[in-house]
Ligand binder design. Sequence first.
Ligand code: CO
Length: 134
Amino acid sequence: MLKGIDHIALAVSDLDDALEMYRDVWGLEAARREDVDVQGVREAMIPMGDSWLQLIAPSTSEGTVARHIERRGEGLHHVAFEVDDLAATLADLKSRGVPLIDEAPQRGGGDVSIAFVHPKGARGVLIELVQRDG
Ligand code: CO
């Protein structure tokens, strides 16, 4: 069902500031940046071996990332697992009573299909499922 870790997502309050820090301190460069309006975020993807580090910053004061930073500050936001068949994975999780935030695939940055699973389904960690050829 799971192919691997697609990315680890870190919530940051200012994307440009954060990218500068990751470049200067860690020598990392973003390969892609995108405003994902439906999610209310600006994101940058930094290649890390076979997976990615995703930096997400709120683009509005209303979105879930803005609320996350308000409540918990910057830091780990979610872990993303790559799957072959997102719709089938969601149906399987739902049939086993795992609480889903998205019951159907949504469009994520970089034209992938994504869906979020409630942290109750993973011991307090927000999980994103990603289908890259979706
Ligand atoms: Co993500």
